[in-house]
Design a binder for this molecule. Structure first.
Ligand code: NAD
Length: 254
């Protein structure tokens, strides 16, 4: 299937590793011009060199999405290098673990900027160009925690629920402007992020066998696949949704 995004500019934040990297690579393979953003310039350069070596179009713009100034600078650079995004994939590292009762204000404030406000700020800057073109795709990488909160990930549980509410509200505001707004919620996915959550490989694989009906972790590419589809022309009528990619982990009906 031709996803018809060959003439589109995509921005993937947190695009240098894990799920964001797989999304960047996948969008580029579909012909989009992809701006890959994350904090480390050296890693970004090697990511875009790899994409280009496979025939894709990619550009590196470093930015820290937990900073309002960092996001503004990213958009200023995009405006002059590639044009503003038609496709926005909002992603970054997850906030640190911790209990609901056990964290200081400073941890809540950092989680708010990293996880909730990055989505709000990136989206606000991306929307005017999408509205002008009457075409846009906004996809937030959230988590299964929006459907089934995960113990000891209070910041993620709280702020990703916020992103979901923001995205649903926005989706109704822009649905008649050719712009869709959706979320993809990864389950346990084999990336660097999981290293912070499990003691070692054995603990990871025991967890998968005992907790995930598929009895294995997701690959980053499996999480990226629906993100890439949601960016397509064919996904024009899907909006306001959260699609879990979790091997059956969430026990609820939706
Ligand atoms: P990862 O740690 O492998 O990659 C995160 C990416 O974001 C990297 O490119 C990193 O450089 C970048 N990044 C981190 N902080 C940033 C910042 N402040 N500004 C810009 N870029 C930043 O993570 P992942 O496993 O690919 O997960 C991606 C998202 O999905 C995370 O928010 C994570 O919490 C969420 N998630 C992951 C899993 C999982 O099992 N891996 C499960 C549920 C949700």
């Amino acid at each position: 299937m031709d996803l018809q995004i060959g003439n589109k500019v995509a921005l993937v934040t947190g695009g240098s590793k894990g799920i964001g990297l797989a999304v960047s690579q996948g969008l580029a393979a579909e012909g989009a011009r992809v701006v890959v953003s994350a904090r480390d310039e050296e890693v970004l350069e090697s990511v875009i060199a790899d994409i280009r070596s496979k025939g894709g179009e990619a550009f590196a713009i470093p930015a820290d999405v937990s900073s309002p100034a960092g996001i503004e600078e990213l958009f200023e650079k995009m405006a002059s290098y590639t044009g503003l995004p038609d496709i926005l994939v909002v992603n970054a590292g997850g906030p640190p673990p911790g209990t609901a009762a056990g964290m200081e204000d400073s941890a809540w404030e950092a989680g708010y900027d990293l996880t909730l406000m990055s989505a709000v700020r990136l989206t606000r800057l991306a929307l005017p160009n999408m509205q002008e073109k009457q075409w846009g795709r906004i996809i937030n990488i959230t988590s299964v925690s929006v459907k089934q909160p995960v113990a000891n990930l209070a910041l993620s549980n709280a702020f990703r629920a916020g992103v979901t509410g923001f995205a649903k509200t926005l989706s109704t505001e822009v649905a008649d402007q050719g712009i869709t707004v959706n979320n993809v919620g990864p389950g346990y996915t084999d990336t660097q992020r999981l290293k912070a959550l499990f003691a070692d490989e054995e603990a990871k694989s025991d967890f998968a066998s005992n907790t995930i009906p598929a009895k294995r972790l997701a690959t980053p590419e499996e999480v990226a696949a629906p993100v890439i589809f949601l960016a397509s022309e064919q996904a024009a009528y899907i909006t306001g949704q959260t699609i879990s990619v979790d091997g059956g982990f969430v026990k609820g009906l939706l």
